[in-house]
Structures are given as C-alpha cells and as structure tokens.
Design a protein around this ligand. Structure first.
Ligand code: C2E
Ligand code: MG
Ligand code: MG
Ligand code: MG
Length: 293
C-alpha cells in the first residue's frame, strides 16, 4: 500500500541526523510545494476522561501526504518548518482547519468537544498571533473556551520576550493554554508557577515507563500532585496499555490520550467514529466507552 511504501522510502529520503545541506533544501522546496498542493492533512486523536472514558476533546496533529512517499510524520518535517519559518503559515492553516472541523462536529453530534492545537515558538513570536487566533475564532464560530493551545515546556522567555504577555492575551480571548511535553525541558518550578497555563501534559517518556521504572512512576505522581496544587489540569499522552491507564486514573490524572484508546485519525474516520458512538449510545451521549478501543 502507499502508506507502507512511504515508510520505507522515507528513511532513505530524509535520514534526519546526517542529512546533507542539499537534501535539506530539497525537502524545504517539497514542503513549500506540499503547502501549495494541499498535501498537508490534519489528523485527530481523542482525549478521554479517565473516569468515564468519554471523549472530551482531541488533539490536531499534522500529517504530510506525499504523492509518492505516502504519509510523512511531523517529527520529520516540523523541525524543518520551524527552521525555515514555514511553520507560521502551516500553523495558522492547522488552527483554521481544526477549528472548522471541530465546530462542525460539535454541531452534528451536539457535543462540547474541545480541540487542542500545537503552537510553535515561532508562531508565538509573531506580533499578530493573538489577532490571527481571534480571527479564526470569529470566522469559525468556535467557542474559545473549547480551544486549547499547546506550547512545549522548552519554550523560553529568553528567545521570546513577549511569551508571557502573548499567552495571557490568548487566555483573555477565552482560550486555554496547555504545557506540552511536560518534564522533558529544563524549566524551574518558579517558571512553571508563573507560566500562564491551565493544564499540564505529561510527556510520553514518563508514561511509557509506568510499570517499568519506579522513578518515572514517582515523577508522574509528583507531576499530577504538583499540577493539582497549582490548580492546573493534567492530561497524559502516550497511554498505550491498561497498566498505564489504571495507574494514571488511580493517581488522579483526569484526561488520557494514547493508542490504547485511539490512534490519530483522518477527519472522515474521526467523524465516522463519533457517528458510530452516537448510533450505539444516542445523541449527545458520552458516558460510554470509546468504541475504538
Ligand atoms: P505532541 O504534540 O507531543 O503530540 C503527541 C504525539 O504522540 C503525536 O505524534 C501522537 O501521534 C503521538 N502519540 C499519541 N498517542 C501515542 C501513544 O500511545 N504512543 C506513542 N508512542 N505515541 C503516541 P505525532 O503526530 O507524530 O506528532 C509529533 C509532534 O509533532 C507533536 O508532538 C508536536 O510536537 C508536533 N506537531 C504535530 N502537529 C503539529 C502542528 O500542527 N503544529 C506544530 N507546531 N507541531 C505539531
Ligand atoms: Mg501536543
Ligand atoms: Mg505532547
Ligand atoms: Mg510529546
């Protein structure tokens, strides 16, 4: 299949660590073409309530559907998009598409679905980010309190002097801010305390080791407790097995995201999944197990 083929071809094509300057330029050109030719896709991965297993929202995750190489993961091209500045227009496009799709599904299924969109540091640096987000909210009619913007913990005030003000301005629009990949950066606790955020996302490197490494389990527990003490919500990513799920739920992590529940889905598959749930459990119903599991 095109997908399987893409995987294999891609490795010889990019080889990220030792890629040559020429390969990089070639990839940059292809990425520009991809944007123009509508080869970029937004996939959606559900986030579920750990107690009820309701779908409470989903994360928008970009994909590149290359005509010959198949589906290319963002791990390969987002760093390049950031280096070249292409992430600014790509990120705005993702935001608009994600809000549009979400608004449509909120209406069709009568569910208060929340959408999480990743923001890159370069987007936050743009002086007009808040204006862009406001425009997308106005154009799509999305409830801003259901728009969650994820910024990675490693984002720094040194490189983005307007970071705190910008995040606060986004919250003033009604949006929520999540600290993504939490625990993998070098933030001080003082920095975390002052960070204008609503939620912490525990990184999958810690979740992966639940049931394996007691130190990582201790970090997960401490993170959940710290978040709650600071009046922040907690979501865990990379939940792959029941053992992760049970541990996180039992330690009070309120939301979960991972392959155990569902992989990131193409919009049509995501919509079909919601339709199937509605068929099985009734309109507006969420108090049921996610069927994809
Ligand atoms: P992230 O924001 O931390 O997203 C979570 C990643 O974990 C996603 O990888 C998701 O597919 C993956 N994941 C979800 N559940 C599991 C699981 O159970 N096990 C494992 N091993 N992985 C799981 P993905 O889609 O490849 O995205 C990678 C990164 O690319 C994202 O990490 C994010 O930093 C970046 N990214 C994706 N879309 C965008 C975007 O629209 N804008 C920006 N700026 N960055 C994006
Ligand atoms: Mg994220
Ligand atoms: Mg993350
Ligand atoms: Mg991550």
């Amino acid at each position: 299949s095109a997908k399987g083929m893409g995987r294999n071809n891609f490795q010889t094509y990019v080889a990220v660590p030792e890629e040559s300057h020429q390969q990089r330029i070639a990839l940059e050109t292809k990425l520009r073409v991809a944007e123009r030719n509508n080869e970029l896709r937004v996939y959606y991965q559900p986030q579920v309530d750990s107690l009820t297993e309701d779908i409470v929202g989903m994360e928008a995750l970009i994909r590149w559907e290359h005509p010959e190489l198949g589906m290319i993961s963002p791990g390969f091209f987002i760093p390049l998009a950031e280096e070249t500045g292409l992430i600014v227009s790509i990120g705005e496009w993702v935001l608009r598409v994600a809000c549009n799709d979400t608004k449509r599904w909120q209406n069709r299924f009568n569910l208060p679905l929340r959408i999480s969109v990743n923001l890159s540091a370069l987007q936050i640096k743009q002086p007009n980010l808040v204006e862009i987000v406001r425009n997308v909210i106005d154009e799509t009619g999305i409830d801003p309190t259901l728009l969650d913007l994820e910024v990675t913990e490693s984002i720094s005030v040194k490189s983005i002097p307007n970071l705190m003000e910008t995040l606060q301005a986004l919250r003033d629009l009604g949006c929520r801010i999540s600290i993504d990949d939490f625990g993998t950066g070098q933030s001080s606790l003082d920095y975390i305390r002052r960070f204008p955020a609503d939620k912490i996302k525990i990184d999958q490197v810690f979740v992966r080791n639940i049931g394996v490494d007691p130190d990582d389990e201790a970090i997960v527990r401490a993170t959940i407790n710290m978040a709650h003490s600071l009046k922040l919500g907690v979501v865990a990513e990379g939940v792959e097995i029941e053992e992760h799920f049970n541990f996180l739920r039992d330690h009070g992590c309120e939301e979960l995201q991972g392959y155990l529940f569902c992989r990131p889905l193409a919009p049509v598959s995501f919509e079909n999944m919601l339709a199937e749930r509605e068929r099985l459990f009734g309109a507006g119903s969420g108090s049921v197990e996610i069927t994809a599991r």
